[in-house]
Design a protein around this ligand. Structure first.
Ligand SMILES: [Zn+2]
Length: 166
């Protein structure tokens, strides 16, 4: 799974021990369009990719870079980002001083909420989960953060601030 690879690549991250909870995503319109375009091109299968950027002390995640990914599962219900692409993305992030901001994937025919498969296999507390749904035919994007408080692991939705490109 992509997330196992991510954990191997970032053994120094400790999530909520390192900072407070992630609170919201600031996403430039150009990146929003690039993400939706890539997810649309992956149909009828799930698409995937990584957003990188910076994370403030207030938990605000600022996305500034998009790494499109290949879903090697080629499945409409699950995704695994190509391992070499994950490695290359993390190398680029390290060299550019960027952090992993959000793990992106799509749901071709289900709502933009984490699926049972996502909850079982794809939770990753150090980054947001951005899901693009095509259930209605129109792209709908929602963002989630993983909660581990109280032992009841679940996702909570995070607001998205769409910002103009500068
Ligand atoms: Zn999913």
């Amino acid at each position: 799974m992509v997330l196992r690879t991510v954990e191997e690549m970032t053994p120094n991250l400790t999530g909520e021990e390192r900072r407070g909870p992630l609170t919201r995503l600031r996403l430039p319109l150009g990146l929003r369009d690039a993400v939706i375009d890539a997810m649309a091109r992956s149909l009828p299968n799930e698409g995937c990719g990584l957003l990188a950027g910076s994370i403030g002390a207030d938990g605000v995640v600022e996305a500034t870079w998009w790494f499109p990914g290949e879903n090697v599962d080629a499945s409409p219900t699950r995704f695994t980002m190509d391992g070499a692409q994950v490695v290359a993305a993390f190398r680029q992030m390290r060299e550019s001083g960027l952090e992993l901001a959000a793990i992106v994937h799509s749901h071709p025919s289900s709502p933009p909420r984490p699926s049972l498969t996502d909850i079982r296999e794809s939770h990753y507390p150090d980054a947001l989960a951005l899901i693009v749904s095509f259930e209605t035919g129109l792209a709908e994007m929602r963002v989630w953060r993983w909660l581990t408080e109280g032992g009841a692991e679940r996702y909570r939705e995070c607001p998205i601030d769409l910002i103009g490109d500068v």
